[in-house]
Design a protein around this ligand. Structure first.
Ligand code: SF4
Ligand code: SF4
Length: 352
């Protein structure tokens, strides 16, 4: 489900080479990256959609790290105050910039400006070729039509486009048709995001999470489509290897969570609060209050590597999997000692 706030993913090499390696989305981002929320919301009367706050924190991050690339995401980053200027700042710092947008704003002139600033990749959602399904999933009538307009505009500008398909009970049954439809539009890059239990989506998990059979059938369909249509399809939210065996889907690269902050999508909000990744609800600390190196090495960050879920204790492939998405465990309130909650969903009667 969409979040209310906006985020900036940062791909960067911290000074001293602390950060390097791949993330759970390696085809899209080389090196490690972090995230930095902007927002149209207000907290305690203070707007979170603030150019000056965002710029101040970006400056702090750039002075603390060698930033390689940044991905702005949402919420909806295209609505951020003086968004182009934030991008210009990052580009002048020689960072590459990509944007994850809901594709709804569909403002050709804004896209033109962003492309001229050198935005390298635009990621947009297109969950189904059926407008009622896509619109229902993003909770906005007419959304598919607007995403299609955005895609057309971006294609005219020769921008690189990745389409994100979140796999739910509602759209997974016709995934092959959606992939074929995307190919007919001239799209070649697709990332499949399995529905992650957490946040707002907790309320809708039974309605939205496909059965294990549906999930496997969806991955098989996508795998076959990648082969037949010669498309670049990746799986981008880590699924426990005991749930989905990547060997069964040889054309779709899948990625495990690193559980190591050197290779995690480190997240900063516009006030400088840092989280280990964009799904984790827990703030590690604030970059204006503590040095980045200290934040990266605090007890909580280390616990991501040190705490092994009881359920995974005897697993021989633990270090390939790391218990799936444990930020999702945090979101469900179970913390790092629990494996990915998708396990409990699929394999009931667990004791951990
Ligand atoms: S590490 Fe845990 S979640 Fe991953 S495959 Fe092993 S038992 Fe399953
Ligand atoms: S905890 Fe989950 S969302 Fe965060 S980096 Fe790992 S797999 Fe990705």
């Amino acid at each position: 489900m969409p979040r209310d706030d906006q985020e900036i993913h940062l791909t960067h090499f911290f000074k001293g080479g602390i950060i390097s390696g791949k993330t759970h989305k390696p085809p899209l981002r080389k090196g490690a990256f972090g995230i930095f929320p902007l927002s149209q919301r207000e907290t305690n009367g203070v707007s979170l959609n603030s150019y000056s706050s965002a710029l101040r924190t970006l400056k702090k991050i750039f002075s603390s790290a060698n930033v390689e690339s940044i991905t702005f995401t949402g919420g909806e980053p295209l609505l951020a105050e003086r968004f182009s200027e934030l991008i210009l700042f990052c580009r002048m710092k020689k960072a590459s910039v990509s944007i994850i947008t809901n594709g709804i704003s569909d403002k050709p002139n804004q896209y033109k400006e962003l492309v001229s600033l050198g935005v390298s990749i635009f990621t947009l959602p297109l969950h189904s070729y059926l407008s009622d399904v896509h619109d229902y999933m993003v909770r906005k009538k007419g959304a598919l039509e607007r995403v299609l307009n955005s895609i057309k505009t971006l294609q005219t500008l020769n921008a690189s486009i990745i389409i994100d398909i979140v796999l739910t009970k509602i759209n997974i049954g016709h995934l092959r048709q959606t992939i074929e439809y995307l190919q007919s539009l001239g799209i070649n890059g697709i990332m499949l995001t399995r529905y992650n239990i957490g946040g707002e989506g907790l309320k809708h998990s039974n309605e939205l999470i496909p059965s294990l059979e549906e999930l496997k059938a969806g991955f098989s369909a996508a795998n076959q489509a990648a082969k037949d249509l010669k498309m670049n399809i990746t799986s981008n939210v880590c699924t426990p290897l005991c749930i989905l065996n990547p060997n069964d889907y040889d054309t779709i690269p899948t990625f495990a969570c690193a559980a190591d902050i050197k290779r995690m999508p480190v997240t900063f909000d516009i006030k400088g609060n840092m989280r280990i990744c964009n799904h984790s609800p827990r703030v590690i600390g604030n970059i204006f209050e503590e040095k980045l190196g200290k934040l990266l090495n605090n007890d909580y960050v280390r616990s991501w590597k040190e705490i092994k879920p009881e359920y995974c204790m005897n697993c021989e492939i633990y270090y390939d999997c790391n218990g799936g998405c444990r930020a999702a465990s945090e979101q469900t309130g179970k913390g790092l000692s629990a494996p990915d909650p998708i396990i409990e969903h699929y394999l009931k009667n667990l004791n951990y």
